[in-house]
Design a protein around this ligand. Structure first.
Ligand SMILES: Nc1nc2c(ncn2[C@@H]2O[C@H](COP(=O)(O)OP(=O)(O)OP(=O)(O)O)[C@@H](O)[C@H]2O)c(=O)[nH]1
Ligand SMILES: [Mg+2]
Length: 510
């Protein structure tokens, strides 16, 4: 998602790496990369121009603080490049924000009308919202107000059955405004306190569709009139959105298919164009892939810093908090075993496809495309073939033990040794980071946002994920992201040197 833009910002900050001061020339150069990537991502031209202007103005105008304090009071050095990223982040948040994922109620019912072009994901989002509202304790009713596409009613009925939410539909000859009105009456009668109208889509914004939407609004006055746009629409999204906004008084936008597209320019521009908040993101075809929109999260993802808050939210849903805290402590002390790793891996798998999880992790979001759940399964099989003692203390695994394990799981001895070695490195690094406190600094690679650096930011993380568990290292892929660049105590430095020596040695061996 939005990889093009992320790459643009990365190029820009790379350019600013050695720069001592943000002067007009260096900023212009950096912004050229950003501009190209925004346009390539299909962000609206006007929106792009305004964004770049604001970033430039601020980059030039603000005195660059070279030292800031993080939340724990630790002093951090900030480079002009980092300062530039910080400005970009704030401006991105401004562009896409503010946060408003609330849904209004009317006459005691949270009523939502979904509108949008054909195929953008209205019906899918209807089901996702029903699940979301039910999680909040509401009793939703779905309404099939699309009578034009032959299979539309069936599609919603199937989804409704799948998530166990009733679906209201009309009979032959009923028109959508009447169907919606009848559905609203039914909701009141049957005690549904949420109702979602799934309306028909059209290929282009046509007058019939608009008139019908206006009629539905006239009949049932939905408290939330939401426009559904998909990330694939790019620049068109802007025209579509303004066309809808002219006719109906929109309350918000939902962006779908953010999982699929590398450009996703609509995400950046649609708020600026419609003036109404983005409420939700659809990030996959299944009903659980709905996220409340947080501009900070998306901005960080765009800037390649991961979406820690989003990750934590997902994590909270699948994790026993107390247990996770204990795990995290052990991880931070560097006293965890492969059995702990296995537990973490299983938890991560519960979060959804690895690809999605990685996309949210700071520093390694860009690797999301390279991970595959099959690799994780292989690691799992290797760990499962070990004895309890081996899992707890993998360093006891010698050649003969490795041979036995390899046989047990059908991998090679080399695979086993590789896993143990990477694990030991990771454990050592975790222990070191734990002493140091600056976990994110360690994981964040070059990003190093000032506000993100300290343990304060990590404090709220419930579990091992927050403690910087790095499955990628276990998969033998993107290991070697070094320890933090921030100030380290001498011991940490020593450890780091030791690690560097070890990895050099390893390279020579290869
Ligand atoms: N990858 C991905 N696919 C999605 C997402 N949301 C919907 N889809 C897919 O997009 C296609 C169209 O989705 P629908 O929900 O039927 O779209 P719609 O707007 O109701 O379509 P019409 O009723 O024909 O206008 C389906 O194949 C969905 O599975 C998403 O967030 N990500
Ligand atoms: Mg539909």
């Amino acid at each position: 998602m939005l990889e093009t833009v992320t790459q643009g910002f990365k190029n820009a900050t790379d350019r600013l790496k050695g720069v001592r001061e943000l002067d007009e020339e260096s900023i212009d150069e950096a912004l050229r990369d950003v501009r190209m990537s925004l346009l390539e991502a299909d962000v609206d031209l006007k929106v792009t121009r305004a964004f770049l202007e604001r970033v430039k103005e601020r980059s030039l105008g603000e005195k660059v603080k070279t030292r800031v304090k993080d939340r724990s009071g630790r002093k951090l050095k900030v480079t002009p490049g980092q300062h530039f990223v910080a400005i970009c982040e704030e401006e991105l948040v401004d562009l896409m924000g503010p946060v408003d994922t609330s849904l209004a109620k009317d006459r005691g019912i949270t009523s939502i009308m979904l509108a949008g072009l054909q195929g953008v994901g209205k019906t899918t989002i209807s089901a996702k919202l029903a699940v979301h509202l039910r999680k909040q304790g509401l009793r939703p009713l779905l309404v099939a107000a699309d009578i034009y596409r032959p299979a539309a009613v069936e599609q919603l009925k199937t989804l409704g059955a799948q998530i166990d939410v009733p679906v209201h539909h009309g009979v032959e000859g009923d028109l959508p405004p009447a169907i919606c009105a009848a559905a609203f009456e039914r909701a009141r009668r049957e005690g549904h306190n949420a109702i979602i109208y799934d309306t028909a889509g059209r290929l282009a914004v046509d007058d019939d569709l608009m008139v019908e939407l206006e009629e539905i609004v006239g009949r049932v006055a939905p408290a939330n009139k939401l426009l559904v746009c998909d990330a694939l629409m790019g620049r068109d999204a802007v025209n579509v959105a303004s066309a809808f906004a002219e006719r109906i008084d929109l309350d918000g936008v939902i962006l779908t298919k953010l999982d699929g597209d590398a450009r996703g320019g609509a995400a950046l521009a649609v708020k600026a164009v419609t003036g109404v908040p983005i409420k939700f993101l659809g990030t996959g075809e299944t009903v659980d892939r709905l996220e409340e929109f947080r501009p900070e999260g998306l901005a960080s993802r765009i800037l390649g810093m991961g979406d820690i808050v989003g990750l934590v939210k997902d994590f909270e849903e699948v994790v026993d908090e107390k247990e996770a805290e204990e795990d995290a402590e052990r991880i931070l002390k560097g006293t965890f075993g492969l059995d702990d790793l296995l537990k973490q891996m299983r938890m991560i798998q519960k979060l959804g496809p690895l690809k999605d999880v990685f996309a949210k992790m700071p520093g390694i979001g860009g690797l999301a495309d390279q991970v595959d759940d099959g690799e994780l399964k292989k690691v799992e099989a290797m760990i499962q073939s070990m004895t309890k003692a081996e899992k707890a203390e993998p360093s006891i695994i010698d050649k003969s033990r490795a041979g036995r394990i390899a046989k047990g799981c059908g991998r090679s001895v080399k695979d086993i040794e590789g896993l143990v070695e990477r694990f030991s490195q990771m454990r050592q690094m975790m222990g070191m980071l734990g002493k140091q406190g600056g976990l994110l600094g360690g994981l964040g690679g070059g990003g190093g946002m000032p506000g993100l650096g300290g343990p304060g930011a990590m404090g709220g993380l419930p579990g091992g994920m927050g403690a910087g568990f790095d499955p990628m290292a276990m998969l033998g892929g993107g290991g070697g992201r070094g320890a933090t660049k921030k100030r380290q105590d001498p011991k940490a430095k020593k450890n780091k040197r030791k690690q560097q020596r070890a990895s050099r040695k390893k390279k020579r061996k290869k």
